[in-house]
Design a protein. Structure first.
Lengths: 304, 272
């Protein structure tokens, strides 16, 4: 990689400054606004979002501003089982789904990495394609299959595995199917990248020394693929915890993911301060995995 | 290097089952979009009637047009911003504020969409712009520029900068050196970034529904409201068209970037 070139100041300022300014205006500032609104009273949370911060009023202005902030929304969140159970449900589903994805994703990614060299680019595109393909439509495809008179029940009845149609839609099982289906490419791609980089001579050495194949996989291959395991797990866990579409379309109405609760507060109750507080707490829960993921991502990009 | 790799039956079965799992639901959706029966679960023979019905469904057509305009605007912006960000990260060394910069570039790629959607909505309300196509496009730009950055960045990391430096040594100003030397060579990666930003925007439901207003209904928002009421054959048809479009774009984009992957592998082999 080339070192920094000798660019003139204006060129540097333009290249760095334009995307930087965009990210500050359209990412950082919005988050500060969310934080700000999560600390205000519901009845005051109409624009201009009182208390208004008025820098011209000097020290008194700052004191008034800080004095009018309130933690009431957060107290409300932590005092209400409805909200707590939403968080718990999201995080539990995200954790369990991530484990299922690992269990399914590892054999697929490993099989891809060990398939003939000329086949691999095709397999890679075959996995990338759904990764980019219409998320919403892929969930919708499962409604076709899982509904009461859908294909899954038809198939199971025809095979004689069940005697009456089973309710699949609006269950937790449907949510898990939807999540695993949607996020499988996110898990397989980083795993494949790790397996593909691996040096086969280590496995040969293990085989020469009489180690069975499954044991060599467990003792040699998997530890070496750990970066892929971590990247894939984070890439799945973080967005699943904030998932809205999958539980909303495939799940029942009795329990909600935090994304749905946030949406309800925002869209139906029009309670923006509570929605903002919900978003802030979700972000706080996910902050450690997000930072961790970014560190992994940056290292991966710089190593290449 | 990979000559000795043996593919075991277990490997083959895993890959085949994985691909079956990924593609069968999509295949069923596509097949049922050609189903003549109004009952979704009953097969009534092959027919194009739902595609014809789509042509008369003005709400869907209007939503598709809104989505295409949003996707085009946001993909153009995201391509310019994402490419600049990639150049900043690869070429500008350790500039001040590099760490928060790279954190902000990658954050929208993993951050739950409900959070980004809410944050951007509150921004648009605070600065009091009318919500609609423009606000969705701005929001999608923030969502997709990181993906462009990653694609362009991985191209730039293996780029031979001596040509651009030679041009600058000969007195060419940096912007012109970039445009005449580097830009044509990284253009395929930039185009791939554009295409992926376009399809991501076309596909997004959550952020669009936070940042939209009743007048600007995108295709995913329209589809979502129909899907919540149950399966409809027209939706199978419009989904199939979207899938076909996205598939063509993604394959084209990966062909654009594949050449480099091949070239990189060649270099690596030469070095060994």
């Amino acid at each position: 990689m080339a070192g920094p070139a000798k660019f003139d100041r204006w060129y540097r300022r333009t290249v760095v400054g334009i995307p930087y300014a965009w990210l500050i205006v359209f990412l950082l500032v919005p988050f500060l606004i969310v934080l700000r609104i999560s600390l205000s009273q519901t009845e005051l949370a109409q624009p201009p979002y009182s208390p208004v911060f008025d820098p011209s009023a000097g020290w008194q202005g700052i004191k008034d501003f800080v004095g009018a902030l309130s933690l009431a929304n957060f107290k409300l969140l932590f005092g209400d089982w409805l909200y707590l159970s939403s968080y718990l449900r999201s995080v539990t589903f995200a954790a369990v789904s991530t484990l299922i994805l690992l269990a399914i994703g590892i054999p697929i990614a490993y099989g891809m990495a060990r398939s003939p060299q000329r086949l691999q680019p095709i397999l890679l595109i075959a996995v990338i394609l759904p990764f980019w393909t219409a998320f919403l439509i892929r969930i919708y495809a499962w409604i076709n299959i899982l509904q009461r008179d859908g294909l899954l029940n038809d198939a199971l009845l025809a095979l004689g595995l069940i005697s009456a149609p089973v309710t699949w839609l609006a269950t937790d099982t449907a949510i898990f199917i939807g999540i695993v289906y949607s996020y499988l490419p996110f898990m397989v791609l980083p795993l494949y990248a790790s397996f593909d980089r691996m040096d086969d001579t280590l496995l040969e050495a293990a085989a020469d020394l009489g180690c069975p194949r499954w044991k060599a996989f467990w003792l040699v291959t998997l530890p070496l693929a750990l970066p892929g395991v971590i990247a894939g797990s984070l890439l799945c866990f973080i967005p699943i915890a904030g998932e809205f579409v999958i539980p909303d379309l495939l799940g029942g109405s009795n329990a909600q993911f935090i994304g749905q609760t946030l949406w309800t507060e925002f869209a139906f109750n029009r309670d923006w301060p509570v929605a903002s507080a919900l978003a802030m707490v979700l972000l706080a829960i996910l902050l450690v995995p997000i930072v961790f993921y970014q560190a992994v991502q940056m290292r991966a990009l710089e190593r290449r | 290097m990979n000559m000795q790799r043996r593919t075991s039956p277990f490997n083959i079965v895993s890959v085949v089952l994985g691909l079956v799992f990924l593609y069968v639901p999509i295949a069923i959706l596509v097949i049922y979009s050609f189903n003549d029966s109004r009952m979704v679960a009953v097969w009534g023979g092959w027919s194009l009637r739902w595609y014809r019905a789509l042509l008369e469904d003005s709400a869907i057509l209007q939503a598709a047009w809104v989505s295409i305009r949003v996707a085009f605007m946001s993909a153009c912006l995201a391509t310019v911003l994402g490419t600049l960000a990639a150049l900043a990260l690869v070429r500008m060394g350790r500039f001040r504020g590099r760490l928060p910069f790279s954190a902000m570039v990658y954050a929208p790629m993993v951050m739950p969409e409900v959070i980004i959607g809410l944050a951007l909505l509150l921004l648009f309300v605070a600065i009091d712009i009318e919500r609609g196509i423009v606000t969705i496009a701005l929001a999608h730009t923030t969502l997709t520029m990181g993906f462009v950055t990653v694609i362009v960045q991985s191209r730039l990391l293996t780029f031979d900068w001596s040509l651009e430096e030679a041009a600058m040594d000969l007195g060419c100003p940096p912007f012109r050196a970039f445009m005449t030397v580097t830009f044509p060579l990284i253009l395929p990666a930039i185009l791939a970034g554009f295409m992926l930003a376009f399809t991501l925007s076309l596909d997004d439901f959550v952020i669009a529904s936070f940042t939209t207003a009743p007048g600007a209904t995108t295709l995913p928002i329209r589809i979502y409201s129909e899907v919540r009421l149950g399966v409809k054959p027209e939706i199978n048809a419009v989904s199939t068209l979207m899938l076909a479009f996205v598939a063509v774009v993604v394959v084209a984009a990966s062909l654009l970037t594949k050449r480099y992957a091949a070239a990189e592998k060649g270099e690596a082999r030469g070095a060994l």
